[in-house]
Design a protein around this ligand. Sequence first.
Ligand code: ARG
Ligand code: GLU
Length: 724
Amino acid sequence: MKFLKLFLLLFVLQTQAQQGGMWIPSLLKGMNETEMKNLGMKMSVKDIYDVNTSSIKDAVPHFNGGCTSEVISPKGLILTNHHCGYSQIQSHSTVENDYLTNGFWAYKTEDELPNEGLTVTFIVKIEDVTTAVLNGTATLTNEAEKQKKIQENISTLSATLSKENWQENKIRTFYEGNQYMLFVTETFNDVRLVGAPPTSIGKFGSDTDNWVWPRHTGDFSLFRIYADKNNRPAKYSKDNIPYTPKHFLPISLDGIAEDDFSLVFGYPGKTNEYLPAVAIEQIVNELNPAKIEIRDRALKVTDGFMRKDNAIKIQYASKYASIANYWKKWIGETQGLKKSNAVAVKRDAEKLFQQKIIKAGKEKEYGTLLADFEKNYTAIAPYAVARDYFMEIVLRNTEMLSTGYKLYQLEQLYNVRGEQAFNDRRNNLVTGLADFYKNFNAVVDEKVFEQLIELCATKSSKQFLPQSLNNVNAKNLASDVYSKSKLRSYDTLKQLLSGDAKTVITNLNADPGFTLVKELGEIYAKEIAPKYDEINLNITALQRTYMKAQLELNTDSRIFPDANSTLRVTYGKVKGYEPKDATIYSPVTYLDGVMEKYVPGDYEFDVPAKLIDLYNAKDYGPYGENGKMPVCFIGTNHTTGGNSGSPAIDAYGNLVGLNFDRVWEGTMSDIYYDPSICRNIMVDIRYVLFIMDKYAGAQNLINELKLVHSKKKKTVKNNNVKQL
Ligand code: ARG
Ligand code: GLU
């Protein structure tokens, strides 16, 4: 009887309208398979994740720790977003040889460009290790001690659990400390740039279109994984050979249509789906507005310079894009949370939950949870704002200050660990900062500094403001610091860091850039961080208990773990949406839309002449559909940052698209997922193929791919390359 009930419950849940979620690939069988099949999936969950034979997971590596990529050829060719490969494309670019503007294509493997520091990581297997990680913690009541014990267990297990010597063990927590999973991984570090369209395709629409539908961006780039002669990870060598993958994705030429099943497989970074209302309120009313205001100012300054000076544009393009990206996201998120009444919705749910706690007789365990949240979030508010100010102004947006902070850490290292440690770190810094200074312009940074210091001085509460910023004239301070500080150029920085430790420390403490950072850093370390960390530790513990309570008492809903940069599956359908009254968005865009947006010479909306010619000739080869060239499409897959570059896979396991963004109305899905307006944005894979083939003439690459007609033939099974 009990079983029947459970079965019925699971059945009901899995046939209901899909509600988002980012699922653990090794646990799809019980949790999701029925729902996936109901949505139209034709393969089995073993085709997606399997440890014993190769499966789709073997074709989906984490790209440089922040994005996702997928293997699309038997020779280790991988596809990711243009914005994920952006800094690599930029680093090979010069004013004379500008791959950002013109694109880059390797027509022979010898032309592929190595990228120092770039890695891709595959998942070999996933295992639940909760019991081992929590071993010996049940009796510990002090939260800090408990966390320490958990960390010790994790270190021991990571070091001792079996793996091959070229692999790594990584243990990550799920459900806020209620579950732990082991990931055995393989990281490759010879990854070469193979192809990228010009920015006018790969970043078409730029920041104006970012986070927005309808979208017309060909946001892709191509890389290749190289391995040693045993097909194992190896550092760069010209003798390395293209990696032979365990699996690569066939590519469907049949495209998609509204209501088709779609699955996105990748590494979503971080979500906060289980926050209490009071936390969301704080994000909407305090934290997001503070961060948005800071970035507003920084971006305005940089944009002004970039528009006037091409060299500055190349230096700052990548940094600007990444700062603008989250700035815009926070604006959309705040708007979406307000519009969907997320706080009120959560408050109502919390009232019901409180009743549930009482009804279940769990008051002793969970009765004060929500009240404790209120207390702790109220207490943390001023520290959280001050911390964001420090992070955004010192560490993120003012480059002289963020470099200065590294030197402040150097001084502290000397105080704690002495001369030898100092020398090692100093030498690393000197080498490491060479690249940073290539893209640093002191004139731009001085203006940013002026704007942000002014904000800091007027908005910070007294207790968090350094003496020297009391009633400061930001403009005068800026011109003083930037004319005198040796942090203003690489040459003067090297001077500043030369000599023995004592000399360097003395000189640092006479440098006005350094002393300002030091004042700010000390206030942060003494007045902000300790209190913030203390309250935050309470919040972490509460959040874990809250999660446990929800898992226990909300048995009528399937609860997925928040994103944590581990491999996840999300699925849904290709679908349009209605963002507002009387407005309907269809799910597919076409090249016609690129031409509608075309503004000749504009840095966001210019279109390359060759693309215009192809459009006029309707020369789409096998990639077009009814005389039109599809460009992007949207679906109900629940994604977040980190899912960039994730493959969008059809019902049969073939590649149909490449995830790169979300729609404006739904950017709040990291906190509150509303299925009616949350959509992910993907490039149609046929547009990628069209650009590679017709635009770039890269037949060498097209020939490596396995192109299939998935709606007629099911091909997922026989694509496994023999394991070496
Ligand atoms: N919004 C997308 C993501 O979060 C794309 C960002 C890159 N594009 C840009 N115009 N900044 O990463
Ligand atoms: N562009 C994002 C990324 O870099 C994906 C969009 C999102 O946040 O959903 O991962």
